[in-house]
Design a protein around this ligand. Structure first.
Ligand code: FES
Length: 625
C-alpha cells in the first residue's frame, strides 16, 4: 500500500490518497461533491473525471465510450491512484443546486396560526416566601404552573433545579419558564429571571433523499421568517435510499459519515436562515422533522440495515424527541427535535406529514395521495380506513439510469413536444438555459409526445419511419435526437434511446401498479377516487395530461388532481405549531395499514400489465385513444 498526492482541478485542492482509496472517496474527503447515483457501484457512469497525469489502477470503465477513454476519462469510483495524479472534475460530474421545492403550493400555502406550539415561554409571578410561608422554591414554581390548566406537573432537569434559587431571587420572584412538549409530556427546559424574555423560534425540516428544506418559524406568531433549501449532501454516497443504506452498512464509519453529512447540510441551512433573519442560533428552541424512514435513521445515527432486508423492519417508526446537543445541530443545545412518525420501512414521516396536510383521513370521499421520487409512496382512503404502499419507481424520474437524464437543475429540459410528421422538437428548460439533459417531467412529456407523434408504439419500441435525421442508430441502438449538438449546452447531441424509453415505461408501470394494487386490496375501481393529491418536488412540474397519457396516473378528470407542493415540510410546520397536529400525526401513522408489495402476486401482475402505453387494458384509460 502506498500513499500518493492527488490534485483536483480546477479546484486546486491536493490531498494524500492511499492506493486502496478511490478517486471518488478522495474527492468526498476533499469536500468536492461528485455525482454518484449508484453509490460507487460502477454502474451509473455519473462520476466521470479526467486523468490529466499520473498512473491509476482502474477496475471498470462502465459506459465510457472509446472516444472518452482516449480523452482520459475515468470513473472516479473505479479508479485507484498508484502514483501522484492530477484529476479534473468536469462541471457535468458535480452536484449543483437543484430546483428545491421550498413552497407548499396552492391553497396549502397559507400561514398557520400557532394554536399550541411545541415550545413556548410563559411568565410567572411566584409568591415571595416569608417567615410565615416556608414553602420551597420548587413548590412555589409548580403551584403557579398548576394554575395553568394546560401544564400538568412538568418534568425538570437537575441542572435547572441547581440554578433555581438564584434565578427566582434574581428576577425578584418573576420568572419566564420555557416549556417543551416531549410527545405528550411537558418539560421545563429553561427558566430565566424576570419577564424580559428573548423571542423564540422553531424550525420545520423536510429531509428528503435528494433535497433538504428548512423553514424558520416564529413560535409566537407562526410567521415563517425564512425558507432555505439545498441538495442533500449525502448524494455523494448514492442517489437512492438503498445505495445510502449499503454505504452506511458496508463502509467502516459509513453510518457516522452519513449522519455527519446530513447534519452538515442542515446546519448550513440554519446558518443561512439565522443570518438572513438576524436570529441567534440559541433562540431556536424546537425542531420538527419529516423524512422518509431511511433518512430519519441516518439523521439520528441509527443502523438502517434491516430496512432493506426481508422482512423489511425499521429500528423504529416513532421516537421520543431528542436534544439538538445530541445531534450537534446548531440550535439551542436544549432544543428538542421531534421526528414525525413513520408507517413502515418505505413509508416514512414525510408521508404521514403529507396525509395530515391533505386531511384525507377526515374526509368521507376516497382520496389518493402520491409522492413520486425514486420511490413512489402512496396512501389511499378516507376517514374510516387508509392503506399505504411504496413502489420502487427506480431512479429514472430523477434522471438516474437515463443516458441524458438529470435532476431538475439549470439546463434540464422540463417540457418537450415533438411535431408529428416533421418530427420538429420544441422544448423548455429549467432557468431558460441551453439544454444539457432532461429531467423527470421532461421525460414523461417525451414518452407521451413520441407516442403521439407516432415515433414509438405502445410497447415503447421505435416504429419504422421515413428517413429523418432525428432518428439514428448509434452503436447498434436506435435513438431519437431531442437536441442536436449545435443547440445543446454540452456540445453533444441530447438523445433518448430505446433502452431509456423501456426504463421509463418500467418506472411509470411501477407507480400505476402501486395504485391498482391498493385499489384491488380494498375492492374499489379507479373511478372511486374522488381526488388525487400530488406531492413533492418532481410532482410540481409534471404535465398531468402526459402522465395520464403514458399510463402513469389513473385516467381521471384533470380537475380531480391537485398539486400540493412540499407537503412534508408543511406537515412538519403544522406539528411544530400545534400539539394537536403532533398528536394527530402519531394517531395517523398508527391508523394507516401498510401493504407490502413484495408479498403475493398482485403487484407483479399489475406491473406487467402496465408495461404498455398507457396499459394492456385500454378500458382503464377511456380518454386515451
Ligand atoms: Fe461511479 Fe456510479 S459509476 S458512482
Amino acid at each position: 500500500m502506498s500513499t500518493n498526492k492527488v490534485r483536483f482541478l480546477p479546484d486546486d485542492i491536493t490531498i494524500a490518497v492511499e492506493s486502496h482509496e478511490t478517486i471518488l472517496d478522495a474527492a468526498v474527503r476533499a469536500g468536492i461533491a461528485v455525482k454518484s447515483s449508484c453509490g460507487g457501484a460502477g454502474t451509473c457512469s455519473r462520476c466521470r473525471v479526467i486523468t490529466k497525469s499520473g498512473q491509476a489502477r482502474v477496475n471498470s470503465t462502465g459506459k465510457l465510450t472509446e472516444e472518452e477513454l482516449a480523452r482520459g476519462y475515468a470513473l472516479a469510483c473505479q479508479t485507484y491512484p498508484q502514483s501522484d495524479m492530477e484529476i479534473e472534475i468536469p462541471e457535468t460530474s458535480r452536484l449543483a443546486a437543484h430546483q428545491v421545492l421550498t413552497s407548499q403550493g396552492q391553497e396549502f400555502d397559507q400561514s398557520i396560526t400557532p394554536t399550541e406550539p411545541l415550545f413556548k415561554k410563559i411568565k410567572l409571578q411566584l409568591l415571595e416566601p416569608s417567615l410565615d410561608d416556608h414553602v420551597d422554591d420548587m413548590s412555589r414554581l409548580y403551584s403557579e404552573l398548576n394554575k395553568m390548566a394546560e401544564v400538568d406537573s412538568p418534568c425538570i432537569d437537575l441542572e435547572i433545579i441547581q440554578k433555581l434559587p438564584q434565578t427566582v431571587r434574581k428576577g425578584n420572584w418573576k420568572v419566564t419558564v420555557s416549556l417543551a412538549d416531549i410527545k405528550g409530556r411537558t418539560e421545563i427546559v429553561n427558566i430565566e429571571p424576570g419577564w424580559d424574555y428573548k423571542k423564540y423560534y422553531g424550525l420545520a425540516l423536510d429531509i428528503g433523499t435528494t433535497t433538504v428544506v428548512a423553514h424558520l418559524v416564529d413560535l409566537e406568531s407562526g410567521e415563517s421568517l425564512g425558507v432555505e433549501g439545498t441538495y442533500n449532501k449525502q448524494a455523494v454516497f448514492g442517489d437512492d435510499v438503498i445505495s445510502r443504506i449499503i454505504y452506511a452498512v458496508e463502509h467502516k464509519k459509513g453510518l457516522e459519515q452519513m449522519q455527519t453529512t446530513i447534519i452538515t447540510t442542515i446546519n448550513e441551512l440554519i446558518d443561512n436562515l439565522v443570518e438572513g433573519s438576524h436570529v441567534d442560533h440559541n433562540d431556536i428552541w424546537y425542531i420538527t422533522c419529516a423524512a422518509n424512514t431511511t433518512m430519519t435513521h441516518l439523521f439520528l445515527g441509527i443502523d438502517p440495515e434491516y430496512i432493506r432486508l426481508e422482512p423489511y423492519v425499521p429500528a423504529f417508526n416513532s421516537i421520543n424527541p431528542i436534544t439538538a446537543a445530541d445531534l450537534s445541530i446548531k440550535a439551542n443545545p436544549k432544543a428538542r427535535i421531534y421526528c414525525l412518525p413513520g408507517i413502515a420501512s418505505y413509508v416514512g414521516g414525510d408521508i404521514t406529514a403529507g396525509v395530515e396536510v391533505t386531511g384525507i383521513d377526515k374526509q368521507d370521499d376516497i382520496n389518493l395521495f402520491i409522492d413520486v421520487g425514486t420511490n413512489g409512496e402512496m396512501v389511499l382512503g378516507n376517514s374510516e380506513w387508509l392503506v399505504a404502499c411504496a413502489c420502487s419507481a427506480g431512479p429514472a424520474f430523477e434522471g438516474g439510469g437515463i443516458a441524458y437524464g438529470m435532476r431538475a437543475m439549470d439546463g434540464a429540459i422540463e417540457h418537450i413536444r415533438v411535431t408529428p410528421g416533421t418530427l420538429d422538437v420544441y422544448w423548455e428548460t429549467v432557468g431558460n438555459k441551453k439544454p444539457v439533459g432532461i429531467c423527470g417531467s421532461g421525460l414523461i412529456d417525451c414518452i407521451s409526445t413520441l407516442r403521439e407523434a407516432g415515433v414509438i408504439d405502445r410497447t415503447g419500441n421505435f416504429l419504422p419511419l421515413p428517413a429523418n435525421e432525428r432518428v439514428q442508430i448509434i452503436d447498434g441502438e436506435k435513438l431519437f435526437i431531442l437536441v442536436p449538438a449545435e443547440e445543446s449546452g454540452t456540445g453533444t447531441d441530447i438523445t433518448i434511446s430505446q433502452t431509456d424509453i423501456k426504463d421509463l415505461i418500467r418506472s411509470k408501470a411501477a407507480v400505476f401498479a402501486g395504485v391498482q394494487t391498493m385499489l384491488k386490496t380494498v375492492g374499489l375501481p379507479v373511478e372511486a377516487i374522488e381526488r388525487v393529491y400530488i406531492a413533492g418536488g418532481f410532482g410540481r412540474y409534471i404535465n398531468l395530461h402526459d402522465a395520464i397519457n403514458i399510463g402513469m396516473f389513473p385516467d381521471l378528470p384533470l380537475e380531480r388532481y391537485k398539486y400540493i407542493g412540499n407537503s412534508s415540510v408543511k406537515g412538519a410546520k403544522m406539528a411544530l405549531l400545534s400539539k394537536e397536529a403532533r398528536r394527530e400525526a402519531e394517531k395517523l401513522a398508527e391508523k394507516i395499514t401498510y401493504i407490502e408489495l413484495s408479498i403475493g402476486n398482485d403487484f407483479m401482475e399489475e406491473f406487467v400489465s402496465a408495461l404498455f402505453i398507457p396499459h394492456t387494458n385500454v378500458d382503464l384509460f377511456p380518454s386515451i385513444n
